[in-house]
Design a protein around this ligand. Structure first.
Ligand code: FE
Length: 206
């Protein structure tokens, strides 16, 4: 077994697998993380053996440089890692600069929640719904990302994401996708969102 076999690693979960219940059961998290997320890492390592030039790049660099299956697999690893970090057993509400920006640009926090929820529930097919910041316009945007889409592809700064692939909710919610999205808000790790916003948005704006 060559040393390059494990170039890309499965990032650890930020919490125990049973700690998001009842939003998601331990069985659902185990399947999603140990099955799907790990599967993408294994596929990425296969690709890296096939195309050794990938071994010297970060996943973010790969997302920005490669199309097709290489993009899809790299983005799925990054997206899942980001999704896990956006969740916390101790959810809450945004505060400070992030809350103010959401309120200003979506008229109200409730309006933002409503719009994001509707976009997630109505998204057709597999994908990711993102809250992202456009550095050119200085505006927040809700993006319907299809398949493995990640906003860094278009130069946007990702702030928050929900996985709306069927595998993300089917174990616990079957076809009750709206219930999944509604419960998501109870476990959003706004502290993490705010940390990114502070580093990548407010640090530049102010
Ligand atoms: Fe997923």
């Amino acid at each position: 077994m060559s040393a390059d076999r494990f170039v890309f690693k499965l990032p650890p979960l930020p919490w125990p697998t049973n700690s998001l219940e009842p939003f998601l059961s331990q069985a659902a998290i185990d399947l999603h993380y140990d099955g799907h997320h790990r599967g993408y890492v294994e596929k990425m390592n296969s690709l890296a053996r096939e195309y050794p030039e990938l071994q010297n790049l970060s996943l973010e660099q790969i997302i920005q440089r490669y199309p097709g299956v290489v993009y899809n697999i790299a983005a799925q690893i990054v997206n899942h890692d980001f999704f896990w970090k956006c969740l916390s057993p101790n959810g809450g509400s945004p505060t400070g600069n992030t809350y103010a920006l959401i309120q200003t640009q979506f008229q109200s926090y409730d309006n933002f929640i409503r719009e994001f929820t509707d976009r997630a529930v109505n998204h057709f097919g597999s994908g990711w719904i993102w809250l992202a910041f456009n550095p050119s316009t200085k505006f927040l945007m809700i993006i319907d990302g299809h398949d493995a889409y990640n906003p860094i592809t278009d130069g946007y700064i990702p702030l928050l994401v929900i996985d709306v692939w069927e595998h993300a909710y089917y174990v616990d919610y079957q076809i009750r996708k709206r219930e999944y999205v509604n419960n998501f808000w109870k476990v959003v790790n706004w502290k993490y969102v705010e940390t990114i916003a502070q580093e990548r948005i407010f640090g530049n704006i102010i």
